[in-house]
Design a protein around this ligand. Structure first.
Ligand code: DUC
Ligand code: ZN
Ligand code: ZN
Length: 456
């Protein structure tokens, strides 16, 4: 035995109970009403605290070349911040290089990530170049441990977008090999048309980022992607869903029995489109943008109903000076917001305030994520045999987010001044303490690649 966590209230997606946890060799060895610590075994007293599975942030873009620069958090900084926010597994997006294979693209990013990762990590691959041999490689990627793929329905000029034919081919193939396709759903032609119009009229502020990608721009693409998924009876995951009309389509498809899942992000649950009217509105520029309050309300209802199955961050921060490139032209603002350290504290704080149950917060931030992406039961729960990825949470602690108490490399945070009711006080990654009382205490290189299973 290496560690015993005593007297805590264990909260999983399904249960809430008081028990002790014994950890051995990075795994949860035993859970029992009362465990005695053998001589020399470290004991953590969690009386009055909640003991939760670590969150899984299934949507990040770390040190990603994008928007004329590279996102500001390296693998080290991003996974360090993750640990400090109770995230014990980070999924990053590998962008398939043009002319390159899927696995060689993953291996290049893995080599970059491995010496830096402070918590465990996994990858999805964004397909940008679906040549016939790449279509065949999808199955090898599943065997390699990367059974999930993203398809961008936008970012034409950036070379990321694929057309409907590629989306359809990816959906059919993924269905046959037990893989999952996720989509970034916005309509590129509508966006381009609206951008041209606004810039032509001299409308250049961050507000026009929202105006060029309003609700119907996202909703159309969500509906189109769901249409194809239904036609091919293929599973489909909508990432960073931000609008009510898109969610309504997800709900309808799920009610009809299709395997459609949806992820939203904490920024869509807390902020609405009004942020773009602020002087510093550029800081919230990400795609899809925040939407109206009715969408935000619907997203919360979708979480409660179970139609939104996961919450992840789309963490893709840029420094202030980079955001400033778009002061006089919103199209020059690198797209992306931060949130990797805020995801779990925010969702748990909302649980603490009674908006959702703690079990629900664990479900959408950890359990469902592990299940959807093929890393349960090692990840996503507290059970004998699972990885000892554990967060100890003080429900009575007050915490106000500030750039100065965050652990990423970015020089501001959109979460500045947001008050959290309750906060993580310790994070364990496979039994190793990586965060304690506001300080990162882990190490770069500790995190391991999570080889995931496909759905066949
Ligand atoms: N959206 C963003 O805002 N940033 C990174 C990629 C994306 O889809
Ligand atoms: Zn996206
Ligand atoms: Zn993204």
């Amino acid at each position: 035995m290496d560690l015993i966590i005593k007297n805590g209230t264990i909260i999983t997606a399904a249960d809430t109970y008081t028990a002790d946890i014994a950890v051995k060799d990075g795994k949860i060895h035993m859970i029992a009403a009362s465990l005695d610590a053998p001589e020399g075994v470290e004991v953590v007293d969690a009386a009055g605290k909640y003991v939760l599975p670590g969150a899984i942030d299934a949507h990040t873009h770390l040190e990603m070349p994008f928007g004329g620069t590279t996102s500001a958090d390296s693998y080290e900084a991003g996974t360090r911040a993750a640990a400090c926010g109770g995230v014990t597994t980070v999924f990053d997006f590998v962008i398939q290089g043009k002319g390159k294979g899927l696995i060689e693209s993953v291996e290049a990013r893995k080599a970059l990530c491995e010496p830096q990762a402070c918590v465990d990590y996994a990858f999805h691959t964004a397909i940008t170049d679906l040549r016939p041999e790449v279509l065949e490689e999808l199955e090898k990627s599943v065997e390699y441990g990367v059974p999930s793929f993203k398809v961008f329905m936008v970012y034409k000029k950036e070379g990321l977008m694929v057309d409907d034919g590629v989306l359809a081919a990816a959906l059919e193939k993924a269905r046959d090999i037990g893989a999952l396709v996720s989509v970034h759903a916005e309509n590129p032609d509508l966006i381009d048309r609206r951008i041209e119009k606004f810039l032509g009229e001299g409308k250049t502020s961050a507000w026009y980022h929202y105006e060029s990608r309003p609700e119907f721009v996202e909703a159309e693409a969500v509906k189109r992607a769901i249409h194809w998924a239904k036609a091919f009876d293929a599973p489909l995951n909508i990432v960073h869903l931000a609008c009510k009309e898109g969610l309504d389509e997800v709900t309808k498809a799920r009610d009809e029995g299709y395997q459609i899942t949806a992820e939203t992000c904490p920024q869509y649950l807390y902020f609405n489109k009004d942020v773009y009217k602020r002087e510093d509105g550029r800081n919230w520029v990400c795609s899809p943008p925040m939407k109206g309050q009715d969408s935000q309300d619907a997203l919360w209802e979708g979480i409660k109903r179970g139609d939104i199955t996961t919450v992840a961050t789309d963490h893709c921060p840029f420094q202030s000076y980079e955001k400033d490139w778009g002061k006089d032209d919103f199209t020059k603002i690198p797209n992306g917001c931060m949130g990797i350290e805020n995801l779990y504290p925010y969702m748990l704080s909302e649980a603490n305030k009674g908006r959702i149950s703690f079990n629900k917060a664990v479900e959408v931030c950890s359990y469902n994520v592990a299940k959807l992406y093929g890393c349960a039961p090692e990840k996503g729960t507290i059970a004998a045999g699972s990885d000892a990825d554990i967060v100890i949470y003080d429900p009575n602690m007050s915490f106000v987010v500030s750039k100065d108490n965050m652990h990423s490399d970015v020089d501001y945070t959109i979460w500045e001044g947001v008050e959290m009711t309750g906060y993580p006080v310790m994070t364990f990654s496979r039994g190793k303490l990586v965060f304690k009382d506001g300080e990162f205490v882990g190490e770069a290189g500790w995190g391991q690649f999570v080889k995931r299973k496909g759905n066949k």
